[in-house]
Design a protein around this ligand. Structure first.
Ligand code: PHE
Length: 343
């Protein structure tokens, strides 16, 4: 029996395992109820009291060694598995699947699409044109007098060495193109990027976006203009939104007006967004000047029309309360990730 114990002791000490299953097999072979060591304990009962003294110690020592071996191997294996899991080598099939990260739309695009769809639903067609324009489409055809300050170098980016070519300062230039190519009825909106020679700050940028609208037909009146703007304000800002028109001046419209919407935050009561007035300015508008119609070969005695134009950034700022324009151009994903929309 002592020999048997020694044999097993050598086996226990020399045991190595490749995987947890091998350790478990070894445990069963040695330590389970019918295992080799348990068998020795059964035989042990039949020994004489003197033998029991000596063999008992050896047998207990063997059992302890075997238990220790099994436990250390188990621990070591668990640790390697955890390390492999952490390093990604060991696929954990119980983990939930990775989400496919989808991008989010830029807030300016979200608002532009929303504005487009409000007007598309009432029959306006989208028209687009070039960002690099000639003086005629951007200024002359729109009734800008030769000495109008908007043509000044400070407002407009001219293409070097050619004062006739510039980056468009508004998308009214697209409307000139539509009017020249199409006879009324015309009902169009022109979304797009525009450029002005301004110093960049939280409140001004040299690039921004506009949506301009144009409707020309027989008998179009200022009341039609007011009606469509009312509709837009309610669709965009909510059913309780109101607008007011203040007289203004644009070379291409007569009469002209500035459009204010009741402050979407305080509902007209006065807050720091509307600087206590209850109103915020959102766009310019007016009846298309007959000179503009004539410049574009549309008979101003037969047709009349209205036009309006808004800055998308301004509307976006009101929608999301983000008051630094520069954020819209930096494309910092931490900023952009916050926007999501069905539009
Ligand atoms: N084009 C004008 C601007 O850029 C906006 C506008 C459009 C005003 C149409 C009146 C009518 O500021």
């Amino acid at each position: 029996m002592r020999e048997k114990i020694e044999e097993l002791l050598i086996e226990v000490e020399g045991f190595h395992a490749e995987n947890p299953a091998a350790v478990e097999d070894f445990r069963i072979k040695m330590l389970s109820k019918k295992g080799l060591i348990s068998e020795l304990f059964n035989d042990f009962r039949t020994l004489s009291p003197e033998d029991k003294k000596v063999v008992g110690q050896q047998l207990n020592a063997l059992k302890t060694k075997a238990l220790e071996k099994v436990n250390t191997l188990k621990e070591q294996m668990e640790e390697t598995i955890n390390q492999q899991k952490a390093s990604g080598k060991y696929p954990d099939l119980s983990l939930p699947a990775d989400f496919a990260l989808s991008g989010s739309r830029h807030p300016i695009s979200i608002v532009r699409n929303q504005i487009n769809s409000i007007f598309e639903k009432i029959g306006f067609v989208i028209s687009e044109g070039p960002e690099i324009e000639d003086d005629s489409h951007n200024f002359s055809a729109l009734n800008f007098a030769e000495e109008h300050p908007a043509r000044d170098m400070q407002d407009t980016f001219f293409v070097e060495k050619n004062p006739d070519i510039a980056l468009r300062t508004h998308t009214s230039s697209v409307q000139v193109r539509v009017m020249k190519n199409q006879q009324p009825p015309i009902r169009t909106i022109s979304p797009g990027r525009v450029f002005r020679n301004e110093a960049i700050s939280a409140r001004a940028h040299c690039i921004f976006h506009q949506v301009e609208g144009l409707y020309i037909d027989k008998g179009v009146s200022f009341a039609d203009l007011r009606h469509v703007l009312d509709h837009f304000a309610r669709e965009f800002f909510g059913a309780d939104a109101r607008i007011r028109l203040r007289p203004s001046y644009f070379p291409f419209t007569e009469p002209s007006a500035e459009v204010d919407v009741s402050c979407p935050f305080c509902k007209g009561k006065g807050c720091n967004i509307c600087k206590g007035s209850g109103w915020v300015e959102i766009m310019g508008c007016g009846m298309v000047d007959p000179n503009v119609l004539e410049n574009c070969n549309i008979d101003s005695k037969v047709y009349s029309g209205y036009a309006f134009g808004m800055g998308i950034e301004r509307i976006t700022m009101l929608k999301y309360l983000v008051n630094d324009l520069r954020l819209y151009f930096e494309n910092d994903v931490r900023f952009l990730r916050q926007f999501s929309s069905a539009h």
